[in-house]
Write a protein that binds this ligand. Sequence first.
Ligand code: NAD
Length: 261
Amino acid sequence: MKNKKGLVIGVANQKSIAWGISEVLSKEGANLALTYQGNNFKKRVQPLAESIGSKFIFDVDVKDDSSLDSCFKKISDEWGSIDFLVHSVAFSEKSELMGRFINTSRENFLKSIDISCYSLIDVSKRALPLMSRGGSILTLSYLGAQRVTPNYNVMGIAKAALESTVRYLASDLGQDNIRVNAISAGPMKTLAGAAIGGARRVFRLSEQNSPLGSNPNLMSVGGAAAFLLSDYGMHTSGEVLFVDGGYHVMGMPKLDHIEKV
Ligand code: NAD
């Protein structure tokens, strides 16, 4: 990643997937700009940014055009171009990440899709003029996009739309030599992860029943991201790469974890 520059959107704290990716990219020589959302997170993200020598951190709310305008303007003024963009953002009201899916409200449905999916299109469009030499865009998804997982509810629909968006963007931006991919990470203990009802049980079940017997960590997701964002990934686009200990290939829990019927 030497001589590559990029923007990572969605660092909340040292447990954030965006931070895991940033650490690995920085170790591999990349130059990074980071975003956080809201003043409360600034005090957590500032020291993280300093620890990797990142000079630029921005307060960005993907619902707020002016915050995106000033972030991309500053990057354009300072760097002129970027090589990669990481979108690690999702939101849904916690009250709808539990209980019956049928109770999904229109308001939260639209908000979840807006923040968790539309924002990828928005930031990709803003990144396009900065990627005149080509580039790589990455977002984060979860198995609940493709199959039903407990309490994921409306976020499953948002992630399904996000994975489809990855394919449409990959097709559209291929002519600009820009690749677009997603990592579908297994359960991880982050702020967003904890918002899903029953997260601890899902975490343990995935851990116990994945072929590798483990969930991903910041290094393994960061490593997969480094592949997709580096030139080693130069012919990979439109892909959803699972980093979940292999859990997604399982049709049922391991026999030891199925009660005798
Ligand atoms: P996290 O809470 O650390 O990161 C989520 C980020 O989204 C935060 O930085 C938050 O500020 C940001 N965000 C939410 N609304 C925003 C808005 N309006 N504008 C700007 N930023 C906003 O949790 P995480 O687990 O690192 O989540 C990162 C991504 O990984 C999400 O897309 C999440 O769905 C995905 N993911 C998480 C897991 C998991 O188990 N933790 C698994 C698979 C995928």
